[in-house]
Design a protein around this ligand. Structure first.
Ligand SMILES: [Ca+2]
Ligand SMILES: [Ca+2]
Length: 469
C-alpha cells in the first residue's frame, strides 16, 4: 500500500524517462545494476518497457539489499516503499544525479521535481491539502516561467502533478464519507471551524473523522507499566496518528500485559452518538487491548476491549451525556505475537470529545478587575460564533489566576471573572438547552509553575469547557 503510493511519483520519473532515454534496456536489466554503471544513457533501439521492468530498474538502482532501517538513512522504508526523504537528503545526492541522467533532465530539475513529491503517505485531509498546495511550489513555477525548463522536465512535472492530484482527490473523497456519517449521527455537533477538523486514516485504511482534529489526541503520559517482555516508548502514542504510514518505531509498545495511562489536556472523552474512542493501532489486526476511562485518574470505568477488526468503542453504556473523562488506561491483554510483544499504539483519539478553550486574562480584563474589556467581549463573540451549530451541551467556565496576592483574593477574583465570561457567553449564544457552570479556582490549578512573569501570564486565564451532546 505504502509502496504503491510512495513509488507512484518515482515510477512517473522512470516510466517517463525509460521510454525516452533508457535505450537498450530489453528485459535483461540486471537487478544488480549499481549506481556507478548506470550512469548516463545507453545507446540502442527504443523499446517499450512495462512496469515490471521499471520496478526492476528502480529495485536494482536502489539496491534493496542495503537493509531497511527506520532512521531515514535507507533507500527503502521498512514497508518496502521508496524513501523519498532519503532521495531529498544529502546522502541521496548521487542517486539524484543518476535520476537526472536517466530522465534526461538537469540535476537542478531533479531537485525541483522532488519538491513536488510528498515524503510519505497521506495521513489526513490536512496533509492532502498541504501536498496539493506544495504542487504549486513557486520555485518550480518561476523556473517554468523563466523558459529554461527542458521539455522532459515539463512532462515530468505535469505527470507528477496529475498523479499527486489523483491520490489526494481519492483520499479526500473517502474522508468526506466519514465526515458525512459523523454529521448524520450528530447533526448539531459543535464544529469549531474548518481549520480544526480533520480526517485521519489508520493502518487498516479506515477513515476516522475528528471534528477537533489534532486536539482530539491524547496529550501526555501519566503512568507506564511496560509488561514482560517489556514494551517501550509510551510517548509515541501521543499526538496525531501517522496513519497507514506509521511504523512500529513510531508507536508506543505496551509490552505483554503492559499498560499506559494517557491524559487529555485540551479535550476530553465524552459520549456522542456513535463511537467515542478510536485507538490507532499499527497493523491489520488490533491486538486485544482493554480500555478504561477515568475523570480523576483514580476511579476507573472499565469499557471492555478492542481487538481484531475493532479499533473504536462507544462509551454510551458507561457514561451519562455531558460527563467528561480526561484519563484513559490501555492494558495489553497478551494476545499479540511478537516481536515486539503486546499492542503497538500509534495514537488514541477522543472522537467527539469535549473541548477545553483557553482565554488569556489580559485580553479579557484590566489587572485586578473582573469587568470585561471591549476586546474581551469581542473574543467571546467570536467564540460564540464558532459554536453556532451547537444546540445542546454543557459549558463550564473556569477562572484561574497566578500566585501573586492572597489565596482568598485570587479565588474571589477568579470566581467573578468566570461569572463575567459566562454571562457574556450566555448572552451571545442565547439558547436555552445548555447547562452552565462557573468555577473560580484562584491560584490552585496553575498551567505552568509560577516562576517567571511569562509563566504567571499563562496562568492568568479563563478556561471554557464545551461538551456537546
Ligand atoms: Ca488533545
Ligand atoms: Ca457514543
Amino acid at each position: 500500500m505504502k509502496k504503491s503510493i510512495l513509488t507512484a511519483s518515482l515510477i512517473v520519473i522512470f516510466s517517463f524517462s525509460c521510454k525516452k532515454e533508457l535505450k537498450n534496456t530489453e528485459p535483461n536489466i540486471e537487478t544488480k545494476t549499481t549506481l556507478e554503471n548506470t550512469d548516463g544513457p545507453v545507446d540502442g533501439a527504443e523499446p517499450e518497457i512495462d512496469m515490471g521492468d521499471i520496478m526492476n530498474v528502480v529495485g536494482g538502482l536502489l539496491n534493496p539489499s542495503t537493509a531497511p532501517d527506520s532512521n531515514s538513512k535507507s533507500l527503502f522504508t521498512p514497508s518496502g516503499a521508496l524513501n523519498i526523504a532519503y532521495l531529498k537528503s544529502e546522502e541521496g545526492k548521487s542517486l539524484r544525479k543518476t535520476f537526472a541522467d536517466i530522465a534526461g533532465v538537469s540535476e537542478e530539475e531533479v531537485d525541483l521535481s522532488l519538491t513536488l513529491m510528498p515524503d510519505d503517505n497521506i495521513v489526513s485531509v490536512k496533509h492532502a491539502e498541504a501536498i496539493e498546495k506544495d504542487l504549486n511550489n513557486p520555485e518550480v513555477e518561476a523556473y517554468i516561467k523563466s523558459g529554461k525548463a527542458s521539455n522532459n522536465f515539463l512532462d515530468l512535472i505535469k505527470e507528477s502533478k496529475e498523479k499527486a492530484m489523483v491520490r489526494t482527490a481519492s483520499f479526500k473523497k473517502r474522508a468526506q464519507k466519514a465526515k458525512e456519517q459523523f454529521y448524520k449521527d450528530n447533526p448539531s455537533w459543535f464544529a469549531l471551524d474548518e481549520t480544526t477538523e480533520d480526517t485521519f486514516i489508520d493502518s487498516r485504511k479506515e477513515m476516522v473523522y475528528l471534528p477537533l482534529g489534532n486536539l482530539s489526541f491524547a496529550d501526555s503520559v501519566i503512568v507506564f507499566s511496560p509488561g514482560e517482555p517489556s514494551g517501550r516508548s509510551p510517548e509515541k502514542g501521543l499526538g496525531p496518528s501517522q496513519g497507514d504510514a506509521s511504523l512500529q518505531t513510531d508507536c508506543a509498545l505496551l509490552g505483554l500485559g503492559g499498560s499506559v495511562i494517557y491524559f487529555f489536556k485540551d479535550n476530553a472523552i465524552t459520549d456522542i452518538n456513535g463511537p467515542d474512542l478510536y485507538v490507532f493501532e499499527m497493523g491489520q489486526n488490533i491486538e486485544a487491548t482493554n480500555l478504561e476511562i477515568s475523570k480523576d485518574g483514580v476511579n476507573w470505568v472499565d469499557l471492555g476491549k478492542i481487538e481484531g477488526g475493532t479499533a473504536s468503542l462507544d462509551i454510551s453504556n458507561f457514561a451519562k451525556k455531558g460527563e467528561r473523562f480526561n484519563y484513559i488506561r490501555l492494558t495489553d491483554l497478551k494476545s499479540g505475537f511478537g516481536p515486539p510483544p503486546g499492542a503497538d499504539i500509534d495514537a488514541v483519539a477522543a472522537i467527539g470529545g469535549a473541548l477545553r478553550m483557553n482565554l488569556d486574562s489580559a485580553v479579557l480584563f484590566e489587572t485586578g478587575k473582573h469587568e470585561l474589556k471591549e476586546e474581551g467581549k469581542m473574543a467571546i463573540k467570536i467564540l460564540a460564533e464558532q459554536m453556532k451549530n451547537l444546540q445542546k451541551g454543557a459549558i463550564t467556565v473556569e477562572g484561574h489566576t497566578d500566585d501573586m496576592g492572597s489565596d482568598t483574593t485570587n479565588k474571589t477574583l477568579s470566581q467573578k471573572r468566570a461569572a463575567s465570561v459566562a454571562a457574556e457567553l450566555k448572552k451571545a449564544i442565547n439558547k436555552p438547552a445548555f447547562k452552565w457552570k462557573e468555577v473560580g479556582y484562584g491560584e490552585s490549578k496553575p498551567l505552568v509553575e509560577n516562576n517567571s512573569d511569562e509563566n504567571r501570564a499563562k496562568n492568568r486565564r479563563v478556561e471554557i469547557l464545551v461538551t456537546p451532546y
